[in-house]
Design a binder for this molecule. Structure first.
Ligand SMILES: Nc1nc2c(ncn2[C@@H]2O[C@H](COP(=O)(O)OP(=O)(O)OP(=O)(O)O)[C@@H](O)[C@H]2O)c(=O)[nH]1
Ligand SMILES: [Mg+2]
Length: 134
């Protein structure tokens, strides 16, 4: 394993429901480093670029309007095997299936509002960091 960078984003429901501190605490306790962090809105163009793989799917329009609906926390996170580590701390995509102890298992309830995003590969991470940071 090598030191990697990944992109993670606390989604609008995570911010609205007051889970920002708890989520960052979990990343830091796991030994990951927050390299960059910014709170703000996601533009439509950023949302469409980030979720291009889902264009045309029935949930796509809802996904874009949800992710642009309120402030998010955008982060670049680094560490040994950071991509997989963040995904494992996040838990399953559907919070209904996510194990207790994971972020989605503890702070989420439904697929449409699942608290957090994390890149699914080093290649996605590089692409997504480019979308959300200069
Ligand atoms: N309603 C609905 N939403 C879905 C479905 N599949 C994916 N999504 C939403 O689309 C987002 C992106 O899907 P994926 O990239 O496959 O899942 P993921 O990598 O765990 O989630 P992200 O970190 O947000 O990219 C998910 O976080 C869900 O909110 C689905 O079948 N139904
Ligand atoms: Mg994904």
């Amino acid at each position: 394993m090598a030191v990697q960078k990944t992109y993670s984003m606390i989604k609008p429901d995570g911010v609205r429901n007051g889970h920002v501190g708890a989520i960052i605490d979990r990343f830091e306790r796991a030994g990951l480093k927050i390299e960059r962090m910014e709170m703000g809105m996601v533009t439509n163009a950023q949302a469409e670029a980030n979720y291009a793989e889902h264009k045309g799917k029935p949930f796509y329009a809802g996904l874009i309007s949800y992710i642009t609906s309120g402030p998010v926390v955008k982060m670049v996170i680094s560490g040994e095997g950071a991509v997989a580590k963040v995904r494992s701390l996040m838990g399953a995509t559907n919070p209904a299936d996510a194990t207790p102890g994971t972020i989605r298992g503890d702070f989420g309830l439904v697929m449409d509002e699942n608290v957090i995003h994390g890149s699914d590969s080093p290649e996605s991470a590089e692409r997504e960091i480019g979308i959300f940071f200069d």
